[in-house]
Design a protein around this ligand. Structure first.
Ligand code: PHE
Ligand code: ZN
Length: 874
């Protein structure tokens, strides 16, 4: 990058001057030089404004233009111009045909955007702007065309040839090559194009839709992995059924293909009828995948499938509207998982994730609205805000309109916009029109960044038998948005009587900066259960007294708030102790003081057999170090680490007998099944093991080592390894060596091994991470490897990443600079942790800023990394 990258603004949107009716592509696949012929049937856009002119401008990057012809006449070099970003020429009229021939090099494509090679297969990734790395094209989502794709390839190395839509034709060619022709009848934007060619194994099944059509389902994987596709396949079928039942949406083609690849920038991609997945989110069998892996596979398979309607049939007009498809589809997959498993446990997971990933984003230098106003590089906007906060916004609409009203809005949306590229406003308008409501104020969630903070105060009037609840909201300034409006949010409230009985359960609508809600016929001072189910995605500043929190932990009918009350209590204790620790110079136990009441409440949760085990496992987990750092300024990583560990130790010590019982009662000798109930049992047992080891009693480290050795599934194995990982116990080295020996050839499983070591709190962690970079299974070219070793170190090991001597930052910065030349998209994503400098003490902040300066000084820095580093530095 030489000049500062251009800023793209939402307000500058203009409709495309030319549309493309039909695209015909011919690929001659070769690892070194792939030849791409593209025939485009173009028409001037009838809605284009005056002054659109007759200049045609196509995007294109990193490839060689071989030739261009218009209406079968080859253009001379003076009839077009081509540079690093694209191709322009003059339109001969309103409708015409363009032929473009380009050459690309899949094997040197380390960015993994466009056409690249993963293991030995060819595959593509086109969202957001990868198609322009395959051929010159108006690479924007509001240009939708039907695609016919011919793939020519070597028969021996590429027996499988896939693209979108239906297979129209296939056959042999000279020179040991063969071909396939794929036709996709649904017009689509270029970002949904996909091609796969390689020697892949295939697992097949089928699904009968509501209207009785049979859909062939295929999952393609590397040979040898055929026995790891069952769960993904089952998840796919359940997703198809759920979408019919809950949304009335049926699949629209006779086949649905999924391909799992090892090298992938993201989780998965919803290309029309040819989803491409990071292998990590497809492959699972009991001895290679944990319960958490199974859960993720289920939700990501569903997510990509749901995109067939929310994303593909109705897509985004421009990339500022990304949350139109992502927020909606995340909400859909969250609800699917809630229906498949436990609803409260799912909500707890989703909220914990939102708090861990989105709240920090919203409170930092990269804060942006769900619908951003500008970007330099769109790849940087596949964020927790666009995805998860976007999903919360849809959830609030659902809460406001009710399930039936929401469904009416959804029906109208798909009815009205099928086949179109639309905006977030169009979505909200469908919701409004179908329900005859005005969502103007709720829509501010699309445009206003920052997490609102709510305070509340209750006032009971015994004479009037009235309870008044005063609620106020405030959102702190974010970059570019100094002043904030009051947002509209539904707040679910419960009022509980002394005996635990529910007096009131009601959802109020907060629309003002400060507002009073009155509850009549209340006969006693109630305990307030505020923002039940996390009905609004906000922070709550009001501290409830500890005895009320204990009361709610034991009595709230809203399971989410039972969990939340425990989190709040633990947070309050730890924050006070962290402050004390900093004063008393490092005595964490002394800083905690007497925590008996809290631990007594934890015991009650642990022993409450009315609560399901997965819930109890979650409710016993203390808020994480990252979450605590967010609440402190400056955050002291060492204090946070010590205090949290000290509390864990006290819990483990005080509840040793109870945890030992839990541990032994939840042994299962049955064969592993990934269902929610069995997973909950394993999770509770793992929690118990964690606390037993935390107690410091050496016999439990032996128990963990034994659990590792005797495990008959990956969940139990990893649970044991996760606790051994921080210890000096000989079982640690033994288990890590065993793991490497068992799974050394298995790239997906080895990610766990790298990740664990990067997350260890042991003193030798950084040295070990450095060593592991030269492990034969490690490569900077594979995003999963980079994320599990380098990413985990920065994002899940605050104590070592923020080491006072700056060694963590230094190592990390070298990696970012190195990675930027290989894969800028992944490098940019990994840069965010350095941007948190404002949260730390002056010394650390100075070191982090110096690290960002070093990143920014890199010659030829990518647009991706530049945007994140420069915004983070500001
Ligand atoms: N659209 C994908 C999803 O959310 C994510 C993705 C974005 C994948 C960009 C690859 C590249 O389902
Ligand atoms: Zn998505």
């Amino acid at each position: 990058m030489s000049a500062q990258p251009q800023v793209i603004r939402r307000e500058d949107y203009t409709a495309p001057a030319f549309l493309i009716d039909k695209v015909e592509l011919v690929f001659d696949l070769d690892r070194d030089v792939t030849n791409v012929k593209s025939r485009l049937f173009i028409i001037a856009n009838p809605v284009r404004g005056t002054g659109a002119g007759n200049e045609v401008s196509f995007d294109g990057e990193d490839m060689k233009l071989v030739s261009i012809a218009i209406d079968d006449r080859k253009l001379g070099v003076d009839e077009y111009s081509v540079d690093k970003t694209g191709l322009t020429f003059t339109a001969p009229g309103e409708t015409f045909v363009v032929d473009i021939e380009t050459q690309v090099s899949p094997v040197t494509n380390t960015r993994l955007e466009g056409l690249y090679v993963s293991q030995s297969a060819f595959c593509t990734q086109c969202e957001a702007e990868g198609f322009r790395r395959i051929t010159y094209f108006p690479d924007r989502p509001d240009v939708m065309a039907t695609f016919t794709v011919t793939i020519n390839a070597d028969k021996a190395t590429c027996p499988v040839l896939l693209s979108n839509g239906n297979l129209a034709k296939s056959g042999d060619l000279d020179g040991n090559r063969h071909f396939a022709v794929w036709e996709d009848p649904f017009p689509k934007p270029s970002y949904l194009f996909a091609l796969v060619a390689g020697d892949l194994a295939c697992v097949e099944d089928s699904f009968k839709t509501v209207s009785g059509r049979d859909v062939a389902l295929r999952i393609f994987v590397e040979h040898g992995n055929e026995d790891r596709c069952d769960y993904a396949m089952d998840s796919l079928k359940r997703s198809m059924k759920w979408d019919e039942e809950v949304y009335g949406l049926e699949y629209d083609l006779d086949l649905f293909n999924i391909v799992a690849v090892s090298d992938f920038n993201m989780g998965a991609m919803e290309n029309k009828s040819l989803n491409i997945f990071n292998a990590k989110y497809i492959l699972a069998k009991p001895d290679t995948a944990t319960d958490m892996d199974y859960e993720l596979i289920e939700s990501i398979v569903a997510h990509e499938y749901f995109h067939n309607w929310s994303g593909n049939r109705v897509t985004c007009r421009d990339w500022f509207q990304l949350s139109l498809k992502e927020g909606l589809t995340v909400f859909r997959d969250q609800e699917f998982s809630a229906d498949q498993r436990s609803r409260p446990v799912q909500r707890i997971k989703d909220v914990a994730q939102l708090r861990a990933r989105q709240f920090p984003e919203d409170g930092g230098p990269l804060a942006h609205p769900v619908r951003p106003d500008s970007y330099m590089e769109i790849n940087n906007f596949y964020t927790a805000t666009v995805y998860e906060k976007g999903a919360e916004l849809i959830r609030m609409m659902h809460t406001l309109l009710g399930a039936d009203g929401y469904r009416k809005g959804i029906d109208l949306y798909f009815d009205r916009h099928d086949g179109q590229a639309v905006t977030c406003d169009d979505f909200a308008k469908a919701m409004e029109d179908a329900n005859d409501v005005d969502l103007t104020q709720l829509k501010r969630w699309y445009s206003q960044a920052g997490t609102p903070s709510l305070s509340w105060k209750g006032d009971y009037d015994a004479d009037a038998k009235q309870f008044r609840l005063t609620v106020s909201q405030k959102t702190a300034p974010t970059p570019g948005q100094p002043d904030k409006f009051a947002l509209h949010m539904p707040i679910a409230i419960g009022l509980l009587g002394k005996d635990g009985k529910e007096l009131v359960s009601r959802t109020v609508q907060l629309t003002e900066n400060e507002q009073e809600f009155v509850f009549d016929n209340i006969n006693e001072t109630p305990v307030v259960s505020f923002n039940r189910g996390f009905s609004a995605p906000v922070n709550i500043a009001t501290q409830q007294p500890h005895d009320e929190l204990v009361f709610l932990m034991g009595n709230d009918s809203d399971a989410f708030n039972r969990w939340e009350s425990a989190q709040k209590y633990a947070t309050a204790l730890m924050l006070a102790a962290i402050e004390e620790f900093e004063k008393n110079d490092g005595d964490a136990d002394g800083a905690l003081g007497d925590v008996t009441d809290f631990i007594t409440a934890m015991r009650a949760t642990l022993q409450n057999d009315d609560l399901d085990k997965a819930f109890r496992a979650d409710a016993l987990v203390l808020p994480g170090e990252e979450f605590l750092s967010e609440q402190r300024k400056p955050a002291n990583p060492e204090a946070i680490h010590q205090v949290r560990n000290a509390l864990r130790k006290q819990i483990g010590t005080m509840l040793k007998a109870e945890f030992a019982d839990t541990y032994h009662q939840n042994v299962s000798n049955a064969a592993f099944t990934p269902d929610a109930q069995s997973a909950g049992q394993r999770a509770l047992r793992a929690t118990a093991l964690g606390y037993l080891v935390a107690s410091g009693d050496a016999q439990f480290a032996d128990l963990a080592a034994a659990q590792y050795r005797n495990a008959n599934n990956m969940t139990d194995r990893m649970a044991a390894l996760a606790v051994l990982n921080h210890l000096d116990h000989p079982g640690r080295a033994e288990a890590l060596a065993d793991f490497e020996e068992r799974f050394g050839k298995d790239t997906v499983v080895m990610d766990k091994w790298f990740g664990l070591q990067a997350m260890s709190s042991r003193d030798d962690t950084l040295a070990r991470v450095k060593d592991l970079m030269s492990h034969p299974s490690f490569t900077m070219r594979n995003p999963n490897k980079v994320r599990s070793l380098i990413g985990a170190f920065a994002m899940a090991n605050p104590r070592h990443f923020h080491a006072a001597d700056g060694s963590g930052y230094e190592f990390y910065t070298d990696r970012l600079i190195e990675l930027d030349d290989i894969n800028p998209q992944v490098a940019a994503r990994l840069c965010a942790p350095l941007g948190k400098w404002a949260k730390y003490d002056d010394d650390r902040a100075a070191k982090m800023k110096a690290a960002l300066d070093r990143v920014l000084a890199k010659p030829e820095i990518s647009r991706d990394l530049y945007e994140i580093a420069s915004k983070s530095r500001a």
